[in-house]
Design a binder for this molecule. Structure first.
Ligand code: ATP
Ligand code: MG
Length: 410
């Protein structure tokens, strides 16, 4: 059963649920690995807040309580618009352990990406902001250690989308106090498997390089709709981080400029020393990649797209059928440039790893869909037809002009 603040006995008599006599619980916002997040109001100030209440079992555990306290300390030490503001932290007489944050209006990136890949300009701006906020955290000796779309909240600001990093819950504060808590003891692997750098599995402590790797994986996911490594269980995924090279982004979506491919590849290099040495460096590299020009857009056909390329929420993104006849090389290239989009109904929903199926299954996309890279529409068959007619007319015109000149000369 999911614990609620009432489980911890903050309010008697069935009235409004009060936490620590100060926060009135309004509704549940969501639930994660550590506990439940509620919308609440500070009863005296009338200020709306978000309150993360630790699971009852975790609240009883000294290490988990310390971890949440560490989240509170880590996040509240970073004053940056890209990091959620921590307002309060407490423990009720009934044993409820809670963290009070600013209430954000919007959605986390996990929910956004569940609808499909993002156009590059939008992805670039969000990644740039995340890198900027992490650069500030790193400068203060704070490593996030759990960068992933679900921990990046997106709110609408006056000048566009603003990212807010959540969950410094397993953040490592690089100071002496931390080592005395034992919370970062070696041998404890923390994080989310899909975003974990290979060296973490071997006990290398989290650092700037592992946050860079996680953000690189997130970049890959924003561009393609799914992280590069998925598997039957977390160990399987960790193994793939260590052993496998991810398919190039450009093998999944078309129109990826080589410079963008290079940034992602460097961020998720297997060797930490081969990655960007800082978030500032990664941020600059992201900014330097301009939106692609007249290159073809859309997802590419991948022979035997397998379930290991499944998107969030168990939706297979790379299975489908080619729409329309594919008679010539040109038409086929055109068709493949249009292939992206929701899974076919027959697609397996179970995450799987394994060899690609022999049948060439390729995704399909309605011709009205926009490119995941820059939001432009892919070239349509109609436009190509017009181009061919125009070329033939031009050739006829040139032949006619030549004949006229010849006749005139003679
Ligand atoms: P994990 O435990 O792996 O971090 P999670 O990120 O899915 O899992 P939580 O961090 O507990 O779970 O968050 C639960 C939900 O509450 C998410 O939908 C999240 O977007 C939302 N949420 C968290 N903090 C806030 C906030 N300050 N304002 C508004 N919504 C929030
Ligand atoms: Mg979270």
């Amino acid at each position: 059963m999911t614990p609620s603040p009432r489980d911890h006995g903050p309010s008697a008599g069935g009235g409004p649920v009060l936490l620590d006599s100060r926060y009135q619980i309004v509704r549940t916002l969501g639930r994660g690995g550590m506990g439940q997040v509620y919308e609440g109001v500070h009863t005296v100030l009338g200020k709306p807040v978000a309150i993360k209440v630790l699971n009852r079992q975790l609240a009883a555990d000294e290490r988990s309580r310390k971890r949440l306290l560490r989240e509170a300390r880590a996040a509240s030490a970073i004053h940056h618009q890209g990091v959620v503001e921590i307002i309060d932290f407490g423990e009720t007489p009934h044993g409820a352990v809670f963290l009070v944050m600013e209430l954000l209006q919007g959605r986390d990136l996990g929910a956004i990406i569940a609808k499909g890949p993002l156009p590059w300009p939008r992805a670039r701006e969000l990644l740039r902001q995340a890198a900027g906020a992490l650069a500030v955290a790193h400068a203060q000796g704070i490593i996030h250690r759990d960068i992933k779309p679900a921990n990046c909240f997106v709110v609408d600001g006056p000048d566009g989308e603003v990212i807010k990093l959540l969950d410094f819950g397993i953040a490592k504060i690089d100071d002496a106090t931390d080592s005395t808590t034992g919370l970062t003891a070696t041998g404890e692997i923390m994080g989310t498997a899909s975003y974990m750098a290979p060296e973490l599995t071997f006990g290398t402590p989290a650092g700037v390089a592992t946050d860079v790797y996680a953000l690189g994986i997130m970049a890959y996911e924003l561009l393609t709709g799914a992280p590069p490594f998925r598997g039957k269980n977390p160990y399987d995924v960790l193994k793939r981080h260590i052993e496998e090279e991810p398919p190039p982004v450009s093998s999944v979506v078309a129109g990826v400029p080589p410079a963008l491919e290079a940034v992602v590849r460097r961020a998720i290099a297997k060797k930490p020393e081969a990655r960007f040495s800082s978030m500032t460096e990664l941020e600059a590299a992201l900014v330097a990649v301009s939106a692609p020009g007249a290159e073809p857009m859309g997802a590419l056909a991948r022979d035997g797209g397998s379930a290991d390329r499944m998107g969030p929420m168990g939706t297979a993104r790379f299975t489908g059928v080619v729409e329309g006849p594919a008679q010539t090389g040109a038409t086929m290239a055109l068709a493949t440039s249009q292939m992206v989009g929701p899974a076919s109904a027959s697609a397996s929903a179970a995450p799987m790893v394994g060899p690609a199926s022999a049948s060439a299954v390729v995704p399909s996309m309605p011709s009205s869909s926009r490119s995941p890279i820059d939001g432009t529409r892919p070239p349509s068959g109609g436009r190509v037809g017009l181009a061919i007619v125009a070329a033939v007319l031009l050739m006829l015109g040139a032949v006619g002009l030549g004949a006229w000149l010849l006749l005139r000369g003679s």
